[in-house]
Design a protein around this ligand. Structure first.
Ligand code: MG
Length: 282
């Protein structure tokens, strides 16, 4: 099923999208984090309320306020690793096939149709990264790769917006990834049972209608199963944890000359079966 968070009459709710996407039925829960942690999606779905036309509500990010920083993978598609190393070998070259992990503060995720903030005066090289995000549904500790699929609640689309000058100006990427308005998410969460594991989904991005990224999530260097086994060997991951699996080639810094974002640009990130996340730079 497809789950959304939305505003109706000023109140935040969680709901199930109808199969045609034209309506939403509210679920009895406080928010998406509570729904995931409650561990009884089927029970909540059985008590869904009356359908409301989608046009009568405003979509928010499916998890507007993640409980913890998002876990991110860097350099996780081969062609993107090559383009990033071409832009700045000192910052992005990777000699070993080990996963690159970093985290991203998401004080408030940007809604579908919401604004990417350009931070004039702080950021000169604003970039986009379409990514498949995995949301965990259970406490994960010592997970074996073969069982990894059982820990997944669902999937969504994120744009891992990045300030390249801030990102590479510090030894760690954290600041340049974590600015306010840097994590558009949505438009929905597709629950795990709807997508065969591991996901092999077309992923793409467009800026002002021009295709920039086009790949498939089957091309991840470090797979979701490998990442879950590796991280949980020494680290407990809680329900609601969001893991952004990395972006394919075609980000702005990968072009010569680079194609960074500017106010007014419309960025669309799309994953087949999940939807289009469309945001405007302001
Ligand atoms: Mg990224």
């Amino acid at each position: 099923m497809k789950l959304v968070t939305y505003l109706q009459d000023g109140r935040e709710r969680v709901g199930i999208l109808s199969p045609d996407g034209a309506a939403v039925r509210p679920l009895p829960c406080v928010d998406m984090n509570a729904l995931i942690e409650g561990g009884d999606l089927a029970g909540a779905a059985a008590r869904a309320g009356e359908a409301v036309p989608l046009g009568a509500v405003t979509l928010l990010a499916p998890i507007p306020r993640p409980r913890q920083d998002m876990i991110c993978l860097g350099m996780n598609y081969k062609a993107h690793l090559e383009e990033a190393a071409g832009y700045d070998a000192g910052a992005f070259a990777k000699e070993k096939p080990v996963a690159v992990y970093f985290s991203k503060r998401v004080t408030e995720a940007v809604a579908p149709e919401g604004a990417i903030r350009s931070h004039p005066g702080l950021v000169e090289r604003l970039d986009y990264e379409a990514e498949l995000a995995v949301i965990l549904g259970k406490t994960a500790r010592n997970v074996k790769a073969a069982e990894a699929g059982e820990y997944i609640f669902g999937y969504t689309v994120v744009n891992d917006v990045s300030a390249r000058d801030v990102q590479t100006g510090h030894k760690q990427w954290y600041f340049g990834k974590s600015l306010d308005g840097f994590t558009p998410m949505g438009p929905c969460i597709v629950t795990a049972e709807e997508i065969a594991f591991p996901p092999a989904l077309d992923i793409s991005s467009r800026v002002n209608g021009e295709t920039r990224q086009a790949a498939n999530t089957a091309l991840l260097i470090n797979s979701i199963a490998e990442v879950l086994e590796e991280l949980t060997a020494g680290m407990t991951l809680l329900p609601g944890t969001i893991i952004a699996t990395g972006t394919p080639a075609g980000v702005g810094m990968g072009f010569d000359p680079p194609k960074f974002l500017k106010p007014g640009d419309v960025v669309e990130c799309e994953i087949a079966g999940i939807g289009v996340l469309r945001n405007t730079v302001e």
